[in-house]
Design a protein around this ligand. Structure first.
Ligand code: SF4
Length: 327
C-alpha cells in the first residue's frame, strides 16, 4: 500500500511534527516506500512509534492485539515490525513462511525481561492445575510454557473464558490486579512491571486537574492502581483511542506512553492533549534509518527456536480465537 510522501502527509502530522523534522525525514520516507514496493514488504507500527514512522511509513498500525491479528493476515513476503522484540516474535509465530525483520534487536521490554520460562514452570509446580495466562509482552519461550496469551484489551475476556476460579496471570502485577478487579476470578501474579507506565503517579493526575480544570484523564492498566483509581477511564491503547473518538473531549490526558498521545493528537486537531510524558526507551530504538537499512540488507531475520514454536504458537492462536469471539 503506497503512502503519500508529498505535503498531504505533512498536513496530517503538522500538529505533532515540525516542518524541519518533516523535510529531513522526507527523503528517507521515500526510500522506504520504494524498498517496500521492491521487496513486497509491509510495515507494522505499534501505537508507541514516532509519528514519522507511524504516519509516514506504516501500512498497519495498532496495539499488540491489532498487530498480532494484522501479522496473521499479512499478504506480503516481508514484514517489518516497528515495535519491540516480543512483537516481532509474535509476527514470526503467525507467519512462519514470511521474512520478519526487526529494525533493532535491542528493542526489548521491561515486562518481557521480568520472567523466564523456568519461572513459569516453577509457578505451575507450586500451583498445580491452575491455568497460566501470559501477557503477550513476553518471550516466545514464556508463551510456550503458558496456556494462553492475552493483551491489555482482551485480558479480562480471556481470563473469564478459562472458567477457572483461580488463574496465574504473568508478568504484569498491575494488569493482573486490574483483571481481578474486573472479573470474578482470583488472580495469582508475578512482580513484573512496565518501566514506562510505573513512572506515573496519582500526584501527576492531581496536578493535571489543577492546571487544566475539567480535563478528562484516561489511563492504561499497566499503570499502578492509584493512578487507575484517579483516572476517569482505564483501557488498553486501542480502548483509549476509542474513548477519545467516542467522547471527543475538549481536553484530555492519556496516561500512557506519550508518543501515542502525539499519534492520536494528529487525528484530532481540535482536542487539546496534555500529559505527563514518559517515553518507552525500547520503542524509541526504532528509527526511519534503521527501517530503511533492514529492508535494504534483509539481514538477521527473526528466528525462533523450533522446540518452542508449537507451544508459543498455540498460546497466541488461542488468544486470537478467544478475542475474535469477543469482538
Ligand atoms: S511501554 Fe512498557 S510494556 Fe510497552 S514495550 Fe515499553 S517497556 Fe515494554
Amino acid at each position: 500500500m503506497a503512502m503519500p510522501t508529498d505535503n498531504s502527509l505533512f498536513e496530517q502530522v503538522r500538529n505533532v511534527v515540525t516542518e524541519p523534522e518533516w523535510l529531513l525525514a522526507k527523503p528517507i520516507i521515500e526510500e522506504i516506500q520504494a524498498l517496500k514496493r521492491e521487496k513486497n514488504a509491509v510495515v507494522l507500527a505499534h501505537n508507541y512509534q514516532h509519528p514519522l514512522i507511524y504516519h509516514g511509513v506504516a501500512d498497519l498500525r495498532g496495539d499488540s492485539l491489532g498487530l498480532a491479528r494484522e501479522a496473521a493476515d499479512a499478504d506480503a513476503d516481508v514484514i517489518v515490525m516497528c515495535g519491540v522484540h516480543f512483537m516481532a516474535e509474535t509476527a514470526k509465530l503467525l507467519n512462519p513462511d514470511r521474512t520478519v525483520l526487526l529494525p533493532d534487536y535491542d528493542a526489548g521490554c521491561s515486562l518481557a525481561d521480568a520472567i523466564t520460562a523456568d519461572d513459569v514452570q516453577a509457578l505451575k509446580k507450586r500451583h498445580p492445575g491452575v491455568p497460566v495466562v501470559t501477557y503477550v509482552n513476553t518471550s516466545a519461550a514464556v508463551k510456550a510454557a503458558s496456556d494462553v496469551c492475552c493483551t491489555s484489551s482482551n485480558a479480562v475476556t480471556i481470563v473469564e473464558a478459562l472458567n477457572s476460579e483461580k488463574v496465574l496471570f504473568v508478568p504484569d502485577r498491575h494488569l493482573a490486579k486490574y483483571v481481578e478487579r474486573n472479573s470474578e476470578v482470583e488472580i495469582l501474579t508475578w512482580e513484573g512491571g512496565c518501566v514506562v507506565h510505573e513512572e506515573f503517579q496519582s500526584a501527576d493526575i492531581d496536578a493535571l486537574r489543577a492546571d487544566y480544570p475539567g480535563i478528562d484523564v484516561i489511563a492504561h492498566p499497566e499503570c499502578t492502581k492509584e493512578v487507575q483509581d484517579s483516572a476517569d477511564a482505564v483501557g488498553s491503547t486501542s480502548q483509549l483511542i476509542d474513548w477519545v473518538e467516542e467522547h471527543r473531549p475538549e481536553q484530555v490526558a492519556m496516561i500512557t506512553e506519550c508518543t501515542m498521545s502525539d499519534n492520536v493528537a494528529a487525528h484530532f486537531p481540535k482536542i487539546a492533549f496534555k500529559q505527563p510524558c514518559s517515553i518507552c526507551p525500547y520503542m524509541r530504538r526504532i528509527t526511519l534509518e534503521k527501517i530503511r537499512d533492514c529492508l535494504e540488507t534483509m539481514d538477521d531475520p527473526v528466528e525462533i527456536d523450533p522446540r518452542i514454536v508449537p507451544g508459543a504458537r498455540r498460546a497466541v492462536r488461542r488468544m486470537l480465537e478467544y478475542s475474535r469471539v469477543d469482538s
